[in-house]
Each structure stands twice: as C-alpha cells, then as structure tokens.
Design a protein around this ligand. Structure first.
Ligand code: FAD
Length: 347
C-alpha cells in the first residue's frame, strides 16, 4: 500500500509528490494522460508565461535558461517532463481516476483501467482544464455561428478572414484577441473595463515586487474575487494595441439573433465565431461518491485540507491559500503545507 495517492500529473501533482517525498513518504501518482506534464500541451501555441523563468520554478529544480525571460509553453512542458523524471517516483500514466471511496480507514482509488489502490492519504490535483466555464450570455444558446471555449483555441489560421468576438477581460482573452487580430476582424467583448497591471513597475518584473512585499502569500482571495475583472499583466503592448483599436474592444453584446449580435449602442452585426475566454471551474467528479464536494461540485476544503475527510487534500485550486496558489511559483508552497498536515491520517 502506498503512503499516499496523488491524482493528476500536472505541476500541482508533481509538487505534491515532491513535498510528500521530502516528508519521507512514498506516494503513487496517477495521471490520466500519456505524460505527467499537466494541461500545458493543450494551451494555445503562442502562450508565454506571465512570470519570468526565475519566478516559474517548482521546488527543488530551477527553471533553466535566462531567468529574466518569459518562457514559452513548450519550455514549460519540457521543464515538467524533466521535473517528473528527477522525482524518481512511482508515476503511473494512462490511469484516469474514476472514483475515490472510503470503505474503512483507508481511501480506495479506482481507475478506468480497473486498477484499485488504497492509501490513508489522497491529494486531488487535477486542475480545472477539463471543466471550461461557459457563462449564460444573452442569446448565446441561439447563436448559429461557431462557439468555442478558449480551451479549444490553438492558433489563428482557422479564423482567417472571419468576424470573431472574444469574450473575457483577463490575460487569455486579451492574448487570444491580439493573436487573432492580424488574421481576422476581432472584437474583445467585456462586461467590465479591462484592468491592466504594469509588468515591470520601477524597472523590475511585478513578480519581484509580489515576492519582496509578501503579496504573493497573502490570503487575499476573497478580496480579489470581489473585483469586477482580473488584472491583465501588460508590458505595454497589450494596452497600446487595444487602445489603438486592433483589436477593437467593446462592452458585451446585449442580444443574439441567429448569427447577428446586437451591441449596447443598438448596432447589429453578423459574426462567424464567438470565443469564450471565460475561465475554468474545478471539476472532481471522482470525489462525488465520497461526499467530499459541495452541491455545486466544488471541494469542501479550507486551505487545501478537506473539511469532510481527514487525509484528503487539494493542491492547485485558485486562491487555495494565496494569490499564487494556482501558479507554477505558488503550488509548491501549498503542497508543502499539506504534506506537513495530512500525515496525521497515518497515525
Ligand atoms: P493541470 O495542468 O490541468 O494538470 C492536471 C492534470 O490532472 C492533467 O495532466 C490531467 O490529465 C490530470 N487529470 C485530470 N483528471 C484526472 C483524473 N480523473 N485522473 C487522473 N488524472 C487526471 N500559471 C503560471 O504560473 N504562469 C503562467 O503564465 C500561466 N499561464 C496560463 C495560461 C493559460 C491559458 C492557462 C489556462 C493557465 C495558465 N496558468 C499559468 C495557470 C496554471 O499554472 C496552469 O493552468 C497549470 O496547468 C495548472 O496546473 P495543475 O497541475 O493545477 O493542473
């Protein structure tokens, strides 16, 4: 029997294995995909990290190369691949967890290949990518054009010459709209004005300031969530492009009739594609039976520790303990926090 089972082989799961191993435990990691590199291979092709390499490392292995550059998505995949190898842990791929139960003192974890494992500790680290958030927008259900979620967007060529509306006000919405603009007629449609944060205040990357001021570890989730939109980190180019009208930015459409959108000023316009860059919600259907989720499917937890089942923990949830919880730089801190508390289940 392993000491712990970690579900999900992205950065959150790998950081959890690192933290448990550092406590002298022998975990098994179960990953649904072919490789323990998380959802990064599914993110859009032009993606660069919003944090420089020096602020994008998991515990125990520095992100390689120039520490001040903003690594490309593919470099993150390589980094996670090397990180997983260096862990030298029991990582089992092509094992999708279908259910976690607790028939007695231990958890029983079942996978889609029929495997069953038991352990006193389970960490759920499956991210949110499998659960794209599609908000109810006026008339969207009636739209006869193409609707995509940003999770399905890879690169601009399929949209060449199209009229495209990107919905959302956070980093992904802005980046996808700018990515598409040379190829399509693009509008970025937002409920609230976009709020920018300077990437390099006083000449240093904002992550430097987050670190030296302690902002990165503050439990300010509820305060940040109360804001009408997330901050978009901008080195200058995004705001200049949008203020210059490429892409065009408008308030959200008010109605849809077939393939025609109505804008707040009453004008109507035919649109080929709507891309919803409207975020994700955690989805852990494998915890349904256990009774560890709220009615809306969210984990019942406080600072990553299950409030229903001792021995169960979560890593990688947004705002789990701090502003940086669901990022490369922050996930290791949360994993170490759990690894110090969950082993109580072993005694
Ligand atoms: P994931 O990467 O989603 O990994 C979860 C893993 O769990 C996957 O490998 C999946 O296959 C597996 N899994 C799912 N269900 C099961 C199951 N039932 N059984 C077994 N395995 C399962 N963060 C930064 O720090 N810097 C950035 O610049 C940055 N940019 C981002 C850009 C985009 C477009 C997005 C969407 C996110 C970005 N993030 C960034 C946020 C965050 O770092 C990533 O979303 C990251 O992939 C989250 O890691 P994770 O391990 O929590 O989840």
């Amino acid at each position: 029997m392993p000491d712990a089972i970690v579900i999900g082989g992205g950065q959150a799961g790998l950081a959890s294995v690192h933290a448990l191993t550092a406590r002298g435990l022998e975990p098994v990691l179960l990953e649904a995909g072919d490789e323990p590199v998380g959802s990064w291979p599914h993110y859009y092709d032009s993606l660069r990290l919003f944090s420089p390499a020096r602020y994008s490392s998991l515990p125990g292995m520095a992100f390689p190369g120039d520490p001040d550059r903003y690594p490309h998505r593919d470099e993150v995949i390589d980094y996670l691949r090397r990180y997983a190898t260096a862990l030298d842990a029991d990582i089992r791929t092509r094992q999708r967890v279908t259910a976690v139960t607790r028939p007695d003192r231990e958890f029983r974890v079942s996978t889609d290949t029929g495997e069953e494992l038991t352990a006193p500790i389970v960490i759920a680290a499956t991210g949110a990518f499998t659960s794209p958030h599609r908000p109810a927008l006026p008339g969207l259900d009636e739209f006869t054009g193409t609707i995509l979620h940003s999770s399905e967007y890879r690169e601009p060529s399929p949209f060449t010459g199209q009229r495209v509306v990107v919905v959302g006000a956070a980093n992904s919405a802005v980046q996808i709209a700018i990515d598409l603009t040379p190829h399509a007629h693009v509008t970025l449609a937002t409920r609230a004005p976009i709020r920018y944060a300077t990437q390099k205040p006083l000449g240093r990357d904002v992550h430097f300031w987050f670190t030296v001021t302690g902002f990165d570890i503050l439990p300010i989730g509820p305060w940040l969530r109360s804001k009408p939109s997330m901050l978009v980190l901008d080195a200058g180019g995004y705001r200049a492009a949008i203020d210059g009208g490429a892409p065009d930015q408008r308030r959200l459409f008010t109605a849809i009739d077939g393939d025609t959108l109505t804008w707040p000023d009453g004008t109507r316009e035919r649109v080929d594609t709507i891309i919803l860059a409207t975020g994700f919600r955690p989805a852990m259907p494998y915890l349904d039976k256990l009774g560890a989720l709220t009615d809306t499917g969210l984990p019942e937890q406080h600072r990553g520790l299950s409030t229903t089942h001792p021995g169960l923990g979560f890593v990688g949830l947004e705002w789990q303990r701090s502003f940086s919880s669901a990022t490369l730089r922050g996930v290791g801190r949360d994993a170490a926090y759990l690894a110090r508390r969950l082993p109580v289940a072993l005694v």
